[in-house]
Ligand binder design. Structure first.
Ligand code: DOR
Ligand code: ZN
Length: 346
């Protein structure tokens, strides 16, 4: 048996949803992570500091007493975002960042931004006050192949924002391509990227292995193996520009196993186990702590957490729970198709 100890991780990208799902999934995150950035793509979206504050209260209620967990709230940018509310909400610590969803790019993004030039005054204000911009980086041009949407977004939109506002702190979220790793590596210190466990674990074959696998469908969609390898390389290298954002995105089982299945993978329950296994498989366990506990905090100019967690390597593969039950409904938990021996000691 082998044991490692690391600084308690943070998750810089989660979806908690609302109501019964929220109550069920918040403890899955608060058990393992000290802090998380909470996505605002509810129906209706979190548009103002007040919305974010009300949402935060619901999240705080769902945190078990034993857990010491801090949710960081975000505002969903639209072409009508109130710049003053955004600014005051940030300066008063009601919200931590703003999220840019290109309209139609993903789940509940219809109220997002159609034309980025319309929100440039907002982004300028954000750059001035140091407020981070979180980006879902995919082109929404329906003529662009789904596997190329991230690459085209870098060329058409991110390049433009970066050129206009090099001082804006940007997180390119859940990156999936070699091109994105290069963009971030070559950009200045204000640009960093988050990476999910599923994009590190799987390539696009997983969606079609022995039939169609809706539980491996997410956006941005899984890519070819050479892209996955590029993600592995930057995540395991210790490079401070790359850090964990799980993009844990719960959808009920029947909404995934559906003629029009929802995009999103619910992974928070075993994220740390899966990442420990991946980092061990690539002989990089010494950089696990950088990826899950240090790099993100540095990007956001925060201190790292004071507490630590232990992760233990078992002699036999751990048995994953398949579902989280929500009343009579089920949420399928992400399992990556290879054996996992690492378990978080709680
Ligand atoms: O797969 C995804 N699911 N990607 C996203 O960007 C959104 C998320 C969701 O909210 O379900
Ligand atoms: Zn997400």
């Amino acid at each position: 048996m082998k044991e490692i100890e690391i600084i308690k991780p943070d998750d810089w990208h989660v979806h908690f949803r609302d109501n019964e799902i929220l109550k069920a999934v918040v403890p899955e995150t608060s058990r393992h992570f000290a802090r998380a950035i909470v996505m605002p793509n509810l129906m209706p979206p979190i548009l103002t500091g007040n919305d974010a504050n009300e949402y935060k209260k619901k999240i705080n209620k769902a945190i078990p007493n034993k857990d010491n967990f801090n949710p960081f709230m975000t505002i969903y940018l639209t072409e009508n975002t109130d710049k003053n509310d955004l600014k005051q909400s940030y300066l008063n610590n009601l919200v931590f960042a703003a999220k840019l969803y290109p309209a139609g790019a993903t789940t509940n993004s219809d109220s997002g931004v159609q034309n980025v030039s319309k929100i440039m005054p907002i982004l300028e204000t954000m750059a001035k006050i140091g407020m981070p911009l979180l980006i879902h980086g995919e082109s929404t041009d329906r003529n662009v192949d789904i596997f190329d949407r991230e690459k085209i977004f870098l060329e058409t939109t991110l390049g433009f924002i970066y050129k206009e506002l090099p001082n804006l702190k940007i997180t390119l979220e859940h990156i999936t391509t070699q091109e994105a790793t290069l963009f971030v590596k070559n950009a200045n210190k204000n640009i960093a990227a988050s990476i999910t466990p599923h994009h590190l674990a799987l390539n696009r074959n997983a969606i079609f292995h022995n039939g169609i696998n809706p539980h491996h469908y997410c956006l941005p969609i899984l890519k070819r193996e050479h892209h996955r390898k590029a993600l592995i390389e930057v995540a395991t290298s210790g490079n401070p520009k790359f850090f964990l954002g799980t993009d844990t995105a719960p959808h009920l089982q029947h909404d995934k196993e559906n003629a029009c299945g929802c995009a999103g993978i619910f992974n928070s329950t075993y994220t740390i186990s899966i990442l420990s296994q991946i980092f061990e498989n690539y002989d990089a366990l010494e950089n696990l702590e950088n990826f899950v506990s240090i790099n993100g905090a540095k990007h956001y100019k925060l201190e790292t957490n004071k507490t630590k967690i232990k992760i233990i390597k078992k002699t036999n593969p751990i048995k994953f729970k398949k579902y989280l039950k929500i009343g009579t409904e089920k949420l399928v938990i992400f399992y990556p198709n290879f054996e996992i021996f690492w378990e978080v000691k709680l």
